[in-house]
Design a protein around this ligand. Structure first.
Ligand SMILES: C[S@@+](CC[C@H](N)C(=O)[O-])C[C@H]1O[C@@H](n2cnc3c(N)ncnc32)[C@H](O)[C@@H]1O
Length: 260
């Protein structure tokens, strides 16, 4: 008899090398892996003996409700043993990781958690954008653009008044409201970066200011999943040699560093 267990595991932001050794070990001992749309599927190779179930949202695919995922975890843990719930980035950053652990604990099933590298940190970093930098930003906010009630988070207006770097996840559908909130706080000239599919082969970027970013998004046809980074650190970004190499390889036009 196998022991029923759930390990919630962070898969990192997309580049398959950005997974932890602990996550790989958890996958190697998994009997079942339930994975999301933002998980790079090559990571499933670390779980050769496991049943793999896609429970993410993808156009044209059946989409699981959270309650169904919770029941699937409990059912598979009881029938198969070790369930790994593999989630993009870090499971505790807008990942519902703690909700799933709470649900499963009520069934007295053993639980564990392996943190992951969140896209909130890694995606800007791959573009050479430091979330904090002496002289530019003393702190940063990581905010969801869209709340449970599908509204713009009220934290956006608060963040817009601060001098902090603001990293917004799930914000692309609310971009005009975000731009308005920053403009209202007198931040029209604040630098903005938008990074879609960050750390992946199909990464796309757009750079501008609060005044210009909507036009940039239109021109470059940027969409979700993307991170919006607002603040002076965007101007401070260092062009990394790996970034330059990949830009040249893809034939992309490199965006100038300064906009003022
Ligand atoms: C439900 S949240 C999950 C965040 C995840 N738990 C993390 O720590 O990265 C999904 C949002 O994260 C952001 N995101 C995740 N991976 C991304 C990537 N590779 N590039 C850009 N944005 C990403 C997007 O804003 C996306 O809509």
């Amino acid at each position: 008899m196998k022991t029923a267990k759930l390990t919630v595991v962070g898969a990192g932001p997309g580049d398959p090398d950005l997974i932890t050794i602990k996550a790989i070990k958890a996958l190697a001992s998994a009997d079942v892996v339930l994975y999301d749309a933002l998980v790079n599927p090559v990571l499933l190779d670390y779980a050769p003996n496991a049943e793999k179930i896609f429970v993410g949202k993808r156009k044209g695919c059946y989409s699981y409700q959270q309650e169904q995922i919770n029941d699937l975890i409990v059912g598979r843990a009881l029938s198969h043993g070790h369930v790994v719930r593999l989630k993009g980035g870090d499971p505790f950053i807008f990942g519902r990781g703690s909700e799933e652990l709470d649900y499963v604990r009520a069934y007295h099933i053993e639980t564990a958690m392996v943190p992951g590298i969140s896209s909130a940190l890694a995606v800007p970093a791959y573009q050479g954008i430091p979330l904090t930098k002496r002289g530019s930003a003393e702190s940063f906010w990581v905010i969801t653009g869209t709340t449970k009630a599908h509204r713009l988070s009220t934290d956006i207006a608060l963040a817009a008044q601060s001098n902090a770097t603001v990293a917004i996840l799930m914000g692309m559908s609310k971009l005009s409201e975000i731009v308005s909130a920053f403009a209202k706080a007198g931040k029209e000239k604040s630098p903005v970066a938008i990074i879609q599919n960050g750390t992946r082969n199909d990464e796309k970027t757009g750079f501008g200011t609060i005044e210009t970013i909507e036009k940039v998004v239109q021109e470059k046809q940027l969409s979700s999943p993307a991170i919006i980074v607002i603040g002076n650190v965007v101007e401070d970004r260092s062009i990394l040699s790996e970034t330059v190499a990949s830009i040249e390889e893809k034939g992309y036009h490199q965006t100038p560093l300064r906009y003022a």
